[in-house]
Design a protein around this ligand. Structure first.
Ligand code: ADP
Ligand code: MG
Length: 593
């Protein structure tokens, strides 16, 4: 789908929504209002669960906190619903922040389980507070009022709900395509990638969680003033599961899936309820069974949801165009000063790493000076990648010390080390296959920007985003990947995915580049081009620490070699000396050298 078709579809959708109430009567309009309100909640879930990978079975509880907040303020305190909105946002945000800080550290299945806990307990709490009407809830909540217009009827509040839905989509779309959005899209698949670009996965997840709760809060506020009545049952676990079902039905990977999923599920629910009422007097219970079956079928046959199917049909491919890099007036991102050539920038002393009984890195010491290329070689399993993980902070040391640019980094978290100017690539490619090549590189510049989720969502990050994108283009062009900028990172051949990782590392403006087998999977000519690139970087003053198995490649490239075998360092010296050393030859059984 190209941009024109997209614009046309959005315009068509907006026009349809605008004229719909005149065509579908007040019952239909009320149903559309429910769909709109649900869409807000599900939009948050699509980002949190679909994109961010944190499953929440408790989203209805946030809707409830907001609905009760405004309900209480406007009935018992007689205050304006607009103050109710602020109060609802504040209370829901605070609750999400507190719950998030308590639970988002939990790994694996503990997080979804804990969401069930709050999804159950918060509605129970409402039912037990007398000031909130206990189980009967709060009635006589005032309708919303905009100037002289009272939004009492379905037909009038419709014209508040749907513009709000539109704005929420705009915010979410901007957010997902911002600096914070790239971090959100990288959350799945481990925290190491985010750490390596200087981002804090926990904080990204926490603020995403709060953002999703804020969308639920707006939904809760609209809900309270639309129905003018709140009771605990509307926000129970079943409601939460329904939201999740909507997100899955629509397709958790696509924002538009929120609208789709809410629409399909609520319309179906309406039909199913009608049908079941005829079949049995136990309609409500049967409904759960029917939905359960739909849920399982969806998971089985259409994991991508409705939007996933649509995306597959249209097989869209956006190719972003290179922004005017030179003469548009925006200065490039500032660069950090490089240390004087020849000064020591990395000092590893007695580094030790144990995995249970196995000593993967055993008392390794070496130094790297600014502006040189140091190769780390040794047979498979020698401990090279593990040593890289220690140096970059991706894994904690069991002993020894590591200093970078004169600073002790032994116990610093990975992201802090990255921010000091160390960038890396991974032996086992660490990309998000569905991100575009360009975005994958832009992620590398994360630590050079500062725009958060709010700035991103409100599109107040344009200048910085432009700078980051210009930088990403520059690095892509440098490694020879500019032509594939718009493709999925996962669609590149494996060898080129490694090159893509180099571009991502370069986008961080590193002092030290740590490359783990960058030439693996490349053809001869591509290897030559890579060697040329690395020499160019060295002449610019960037320091490189590299693991590579292709001896021909390494020997011609590096200034110095560190040789490891069985976790220990055999020696460090110039390529010529290393090549002649009998210990090295026997370590390799004389085969490769
Ligand atoms: P290289 O990169 O030189 O091929 P590695 O650093 O990957 O070697 O591995 C060194 C040794 O440490 C190997 O024996 C490997 O099996 C072991 N090892 C690496 N990572 C882990 C881990 N996370 N847990 C347990 N053992 C590991
Ligand atoms: Mg390795």
């Amino acid at each position: 789908m190209n941009k024109r078709v997209n614009t046309f579809l959005v315009a068509l959708l907006v026009a349809t929504i605008a004229v719909l109430p005149a065509m579908i009567g007040s019952f239909g309009t009320a149903l559309m209002n429910d769909i709109g309100v649900s869409t807000l909640v599900v939009l948050g879930l699509v980002m949190l669960t679909g994109t961010g990978g944190a499953t929440s079975f408790g989203q209805a509880a946030f809707v409830g906190i907001a609905a009760y907040a405004t309900g209480w303020l406007t009935t018992t305190q007689d205050l304006s619903p607009w103050l109710g909105l602020l109060f609802a946002l504040f209370l829901t945000g605070a609750a999400a922040l507190a719950i998030g800080m308590l639970t988002l550290h939990l790994g694996g299945h503990y997080l979804p389980l804990s969401t069930i806990a709050w999804g159950l307990s918060i509605p129970l709490l409402f039912g037990n507070i007398a000031a909130l009407g206990s189980n009967t809830g709060l009635a006589n909540i005032p309708p919303l009022q905009i100037g002289p217009w009272s939004l009492m009827e379905a037909k009038t509040i419709y014209y508040l709900i749907w513009p709000v839905v539109g704005l929420a989509f705009l915010f979410s779309y901007n957010l997902m395509n911002s600096r914070a959005g790239r971090a959100i899209r990288s959350l799945r698949g481990g925290a190491t990638l985010l750490g390596s670009v200087g981002a804090d996965a926990y904080r990204v997840r926490l603020w995403l969680f709060v953002t999703a709760a804020q969308l639920a809060a707006i939904a809760g506020w609209l809900y309270a003033h639309m129905n003018r009545f709140v009771s605990p049952s509307a926000f129970n676990l079943r409601a939460s599961i329904e939201y999740l079902l909507m997100a899955i039905a629509g397709g958790v990977g696509h924002l538009a899936g929120a609208l789709f999923g809410s629409g399909v599920v609520l319309l179906l629910k309406n039909k199913v309820q009608d049908a079941l009422q005829i079949l049995s007097s136990n309609g409500a219970r049967l409904e759960i069974i029917v939905f359960g079956i739909v849920f399982i079928l969806l998971l089985h046959f259409a994991r991508g949801g409705a939007m996933g199917l649509i995306a597959r049909w249209s097989a869209r491919r956006k190719t972003p165009s290179a922004p005017a890099l030179a003469d548009d007036g925006t200065p490039p991102l500032p660069r950090r000063p490089l240390p004087t050539r020849g000064s020591e920038i990395l000092r590893v002393e007695h580094a030790l790493k144990r995995f249970g009984g196995l000593v993967a890195v055993n008392d390794v010491s070496f130094t790297v000076n600014a502006g040189e290329i140091v190769g780390l070689i040794g047979p498979n399993g020698a401990g090279k990648s593990t040593l890289f993980n220690l140096v970059t902070g991706a894994a904690p040391v069991s002993g020894g010390t590591i200093a970078f640019c004169g600073r002790d980094i032994t116990h610093l978290p990975q992201r802090r080390i990255a921010r000091l100017g160390m960038a890396r690539t991974f032996q086992h490619v660490n990309l998000r296959p569905n991100m575009s090549v360009l975005d994958s590189v832009a992620l590398g510049a994360h630590a050079r920007g500062s725009a958060g989720m709010l700035r991103g969502g409100l599109s107040l990050d344009r200048r910085e985003e432009h700078q980051i994108m210009a930088e990403a283009w520059r690095q892509l062009a440098r490694v020879g990947l500019a032509e594939r900028a718009g493709e999925r990172a996962g669609s590149l051949p494996l060898g080129w995915q490694r090159i893509l990782e180099i571009a991502r590392a370069l986008a961080a403006d590193p002092i030290l580049l740590v490359l783990d087998e960058p030439a693996a999977g490349l053809r001869k000519q591509e290897k030559a081009a890579l060697a040329e690139l690395l020499r160019g970087l060295r002449s610019e003053g960037i320091t490189i620490l590299i693991v590579e198995h292709d001896m021909d490649f390494v020997m011609k490239l590096v200034d110095r070699l560190v040789v490891m075998n069985f976790g220990s360092m055999l020696l460090q010296d110039s390529p010529a000396v290393v090549r002649a050393d009998p210990r090295v030859q026997s370590a390799y059984l004389g085969s490769v050298l």
